[in-house]
Each structure stands twice: as structure tokens, then as C-alpha cells.
Design a protein around this ligand. Structure first.
Ligand SMILES: NC(=O)c1ccc[n+]([C@@H]2O[C@H](COP(=O)([O-])OP(=O)(O)OC[C@H]3O[C@@H](n4cnc5c(N)ncnc54)[C@H](OP(=O)(O)O)[C@@H]3O)[C@@H](O)[C@H]2O)c1
Length: 250
């Protein structure tokens, strides 16, 4: 898909399309200010689950200048990761990362979410939820997420958390490859109900080298989760918005 594709020529039409989409989907537009804060101010980020996606996105934030605590149930096993990333990166337990963080990236198998919810205090935490519920890996909770929506299900198990669904729509390898690419940035969809949390998430999406696109409230998160029409739609913002219009909310 080319960004100057027929459907997106003409500023007036583009504005109309954007306004209609925002109204129809309940999308929250990020203020211009949120789009120019690249790297400032720094956020203390805790990564829960420092595997493929947590290690990749956390590494991009370290490169952008954010202090990141990567966590594991076995923090000593993260030594090579944090040594490679340098002084802004450190390793800790899940509890230490939660205590350290202004913002948490959740990147564990979905089956671990209820246990993490029970074991920790999530009240007031901004949680960027990159998890996906995958069958058969995650067991019975996959059916619950399908029935009730994945964003709503995460919110149920992390009471009080300010959830933004983000960084789940494509692979860790794609995020690594496409970060800060030449030309227009790759669009990264987000969904959430908390406007301030969405703004913070949008800043961190930009700092990781991508263009944030708010799809809608938490209930819209299934549109870009596995099985959703927007899953793996890897394009520019215009291309992503075109796909949003082509595959509207059910
Ligand atoms: N890989 C991708 O390309 C990709 C893309 C989009 C979304 N996702 C989603 O992101 C999540 C993580 O995927 P991944 O591929 O990064 O997995 P991964 O490489 O296996 O890493 C997951 C990490 O979660 C930690 N973990 C597992 N159970 C835990 C528990 N009960 N409590 C705390 N930490 C626990 C593990 O750390 P310790 O064992 O060290 O504690 C592990 O390193 C999944 O929900 C996946 O569907 C993955």
C-alpha cells in the first residue's frame, strides 16, 4: 500500500476521513504536543516479561534514553541483556520493576496475567499491555478473552491498572526491524479508556520509533489482536487508517 494511494489524496478529503473515523470509532486524537516530546521527559519503565517482545521494545526505549528495569522471576538470567544495553538498563524482580516504574510494559504469556494480578498491586499503574491470548499455549483464559474482549479481560485481572493495549499487533522481529525506519514511520495501534495513559503510551510509541494510532477504547483492542482484521497490518499511519476504514468495528 502506498501512502499516496488514491483514497488518501487531497488534504480536505484526508481531514474528513480522519474526523469521521475518530467520531465513528470513538478514537482519541493525540494532541500535537504529545507528538513532539520525543525522548523528553524520560520515563522510568518496568518491563514484566523480558523475552522476545519485552526485550525488544525495552531495548528500543533504552536506545531512546529511558531508564528501563527488565524483570524476571530469575533476574540473574538477564545479565547479558542489560550488560549489552548499557547503564540505563538494569535487571530486577517483578516486584522491583513495578516499584521502579512510572510505566509498565506487560509482555508475558497471557496465562500468567491472573497470577501477576494477584501477586502485585497494580492500582494507578499505567500498563502497556503487549500480551496476546494464544491457543493452546494460554489455556482456558483464551476463551474468556475471546468472549469478553482481551482489553477488558486484562483490566479484570489487573484491578486499578490504567491499561493501554499496544505493541501486540506484530512480531518482535518486525518492531526491531522497522523502528525509526527511513521515510514515514510504521503505525502502531493502541486502545485504551484512560486519555492520560493513552498520551503517555503515545509518547513511548514515538520514542520506540513508531507512529501511534489510537483505534478506540479498550473494547476495540480485539481489532488488532490475533484474529482481528488489523492484526499484522504493518504500514504507515495513512495505510493503517485506510485499513481501519476498510474493516470497521463489528
Ligand atoms: N514474540 C512476539 O513476536 C510477540 C509479538 C506480539 C505480542 N507478543 C505477546 O507478548 C507476550 C510475550 O511473548 P514473548 O514472545 O516475548 O514471550 P517470551 O519470549 O517467552 O517471554 C515471556 C517472558 O515472560 C516471563 N514470564 C512467564 N511467565 C511468567 C510469570 N508467571 N510471571 C512473570 N513472568 C513470567 C518469562 O520470564 P522469566 O521466565 O524470566 O520470569 C519470559 O521471559 C505474549 O503474550 C505474546 O503473545 C509476542
Amino acid at each position: 500500500m502506498g501512502q499516496t494511494g488514491k483514497g488518501f489524496r487531497g488534504g480536505r478529503r484526508r481531514l474528513l476521513v480522519a474526523a469521521t473515523l475518530s467520531a465513528a470509532l470513538g478514537a482519541v486524537e493525540l494532541p500535537a504536543q504529545a507528538q513532539t516530546l520525543r525522548g523528553k521527559p524520560r520515563s522510568k519503565i518496568g518491563v514484566i516479561g523480558s523475552g522476545h517482545i519485552g526485550g525488544t521494545i525495552g531495548g528500543l526505549w533504552v536506545s531512546a534514553g529511558h531508564p528501563v528495569m527488565f524483570s524476571s522471576r530469575h533476574p540473574e538470567e538477564l545479565k547479558s541483556l542489560v550488560d549489552k544495553l548499557g547503564p540505563l538498563a538494569q535487571a530486577g524482580t517483578v516486584a522491583q520493576a513495578l516499584a521502579f516504574a512510572d510505566v509498565v510494559l506487560l509482555a508475558v504469556p497471557y496465562s500468567a496475567v491472573p497470577e501477576l494480578g494477584r501477586q502485585n498491586d497494580w492500582k494507578g499503574k499505567i500498563v502497556l499491555d503487549a500480551t496476546n491470548a494464544i491457543s493452546p499455549r494460554d489455556g482456558a483464559i483464551v476463551d474468556e478473552a475471546k468472549a469478553n474482549g482481551i482489553g477488558v479481560t486484562t483490566a479484570k485481572y489487573l484491578p486499578g491498572a490504567r491499561i493501554v493495549r499496544v505493541f501486540n499487533f506484530t512480531s518482535a522481529a518486525t518492531f526491531q526491524r522497522e523502528s525509526n525506519r527511513t521515510g514515514l514511520l510504521m503505525a502502531v495501534p493502541m486502545a485504551g479508556n484512560d486519555a492520560a495513559a493513552l498520551m503517555q503510551a503515545g509518547r513511548l510509541v514515538r520514542d520506540a520509533g513508531f507512529q501511534p494510532v489510537v483505534v478506540g477504547g479498550l473494547s476495540s483492542a480485539d481489532r488488532f489482536a490475533p484474529g482481528g482484521k488489523l492484526y499484522h497490518v504493518e504500514g504507515t499511519e495513512a495505510e493503517f487508517r485506510k485499513a481501519m476504514a476498510q474493516y470497521p468495528a463489528p
